[in-house]
Design a protein around this ligand. Structure first.
Ligand code: PEP
Length: 253
């Protein structure tokens, strides 16, 4: 029997100064304080982590980083370590977002190191994978996903899988207003689950959560969540307004 609690995560990207982030976190906390059947996470920019943590600590909202570097410490100007995220109050970290692959040269190899480092620091990684439009149109979606999974998760054990979340984010659906159809999402999620079950065993069926990301809004979340292999969403744009993000979190109301 699957025991996968729905999980709704917000990626604030490079939006919100400290005061703006505080306001959004306060509003969100009020709107979702009575929700207990859903895990909720927000990932503000690094500069707002401390402020937001002070607001949400002890609530039903958890904190996440948007990225990390795999070293513990050192002369790595501009980078942030897993233990720094932990001490700022993070329990999750987003790794391998397509915007990082596209603009900052992330590769499956660097992503794999980051996942290992996150797990070693007891941060729960949310690994983002997904195909481009060109890859989808040339019927390569599943082979792209297979390659990303194989390379990004190399060296992990079944125990590690317990703390991992996968976000399936077709690149063509991120920030474009185009949502993948429910069938496209279900197809990709069930493919991912099947592959990971082959690799890591039955735990994947029971507890590995696979989120969908790509223009999720209050209007489309219910349909997406009705699919058997969709366990939640990674939300960009619609997480920047408390009301719309709360509407997504409260998909079951
Ligand atoms: C994202 O940033 O992961 C994302 C899915 O963005 P959006 O919801 O804006 O498409």
């Amino acid at each position: 029997m699957a025991d996968r609690k729905p999980f709704i995560a917000g990626n604030w990207k490079m939006y919100k100064t400290g005061p703006e982030a505080a306001e959004l976190a306060e509003e969100l906390k009020k709107l979702v304080c009575d929700v207990n059947g859903v895990d909720i996470m927000i990932a503000p920019p690094f500069t707002a982590l401390g402020t937001v943590y002070e607001i949400i600590k002890g609530s039903n909202i958890q904190l996440g980083g948007q990225n990390l570097f795999w070293k513990t410490e050192g002369a790595y100007t501009g980078e942030i370590s897993p233990s720094m995220l932990r001490s700022a109050g993070c329990s999750y970290v987003i790794i391998g977002h397509s915007e990082r692959r596209q603009h900052f040269g992330e590769t499956d190899e660097t992503i794999s190191k980051k996942i290992r480092a996150a797990l070693d620091a007891e941060l729960k990684p949310i690994l983002c994978i997904g195909e481009s439009l060109e890859e989808r149109e040339s019927n390569q979606t599943y082979s792209v996903l297979d390659n990303q999974l194989e390379r990004c998760l190399q060296g992990l054990t079944s125990d590690d899988i317990h703390n991992l979340t996968i976000a399936y984010e077709p690149v063509w659906a991120i920030g474009t207003g185009k949502t993948a159809t429910r069938d496209q999402v279900q197809g990709a999620h069930s493919h991912i689950r099947k592959r990971l079950k082959e690799k890591f065993g039955i735990l994947v069926e029971k507890s590995l959560r696979i989120l969908y990301g790509g223009s999720v809004k209050p209007e489309n979340i219910k349909g997406l969540m009705s699919m058997p292999d969709v366990d939640g969403a990674l939300v960009g744009g619609a997480s920047l307004k408390a009301e719309s993000f709360a509407g997504i979190i409260r998909f079951n109301d």
